[in-house]
Design a protein. Structure first.
Length: 254
């Protein structure tokens, strides 16, 4: 399967032969902008930091871009999973109770990174309220999440929850996704329009848009991979599988 996936990628994205990534690699695109906003004195909050699988990425440039530790003053991780305390890309860990305020003081961080977390959040209003609270005025939010209007979102809602882990492991076979890394999805705020409204309501200036990388998740099927390539190149932005969010907390009035 890995060989087929590689063959398909190099056929449709021949530049991937040089460095192991395509021009449409969403991890590189996302974290390149994160790094452009990062400053050495920043305190960064990684919401839903996970166990740090990005540190095992075999593509050097993507792995280095996604690991912010050492590029800023401190990386703080919070997660509902206690195993995330062992994440090698953070300096400090706090266990998160999703129904309670985050265990951080007001205006205590300069940047929040949220990487494929929002689709699991049952109370988006509380989530964005806490984002605003912990960010200093002028602080930046960088977020990736799944688009509920994409074929991923449609599939996730159509497949019973007990089968989600199996489907995700099949789609991300090359990443060796483990069952414990698959969490229930609810998609309460996963459209371009809902995100824009929520960000505006909580005092953020923002830019929200759809993005689609090469269809690595379809590497197990030549037919689906071809569909993914066509979708990546021609589908409108509001149905692209990933939503990118870059936002700034407004300064306090007066």
């Amino acid at each position: 399967m890995a060989t087929q996936s590689t063959d398909l990628r190099t056929r449709f994205y021949p530049q991937s032969r040089y460095g192991g990534f395509t021009d449409e690699d969403q991890g590189i695109i996302f974290y390149l902008r994160v790094n452009a906003l990062l400053r050495p004195e920043h305190r960064v909050l990684d919401v839903g930091c996970g166990r740090g699988k990005a540190a095992e990425d075999t593509v050097d440039v993507r792995r280095e871009l996604s690991s912010l530790r050492g590029r800023c003053a401190r990386v703080i991780g919070i997660d509902v999973d206690p195993d995330a305390a062992d994440n090698p890309t953070i300096d400090e860990f706090h266990l998160l109770d999703p129904a309670k305020p985050w265990p951080l003081p007001d205006a205590s961080v300069d940047m929040v990174v949220s990487n494929f977390v929002l689709e699991h959040v049952a109370d988006p209003s509380l989530f964005f309220s806490e984002l605003r609270r912990v960010l200093r005025p002028g602080g930046k939010l960088c977020m990736r999440t799944t688009n509920v209007f994409s074929y991923f979102g449609v599939l996730a809602r159509a497949v019973p929850g007990r089968y989600h882990a199996k489907v995700v492991r099949t789609a991300y076979a090359r990443d060796a996704r483990e069952e414990r890394d698959v969490f229930p999805t609810v998609y309460r705020c996963n459209t371009v329009w809902k995100l824009r409204r929520m960000l505006s309501r909580h005092g953020f200036s923002h830019y929200v848009y759809g993005y689609q990388a090469e269809p690595a998740h379809f590497g197990f099927s030549r037919l689906l991979y071809r569909f993914g390539v066509a979708h990546q190149r021609h589908a409108p932005h509001f149905v692209k599988p990933t939503l990118f969010v870059f936002a700034e907390r407004a300064a306090e009035a007066g």
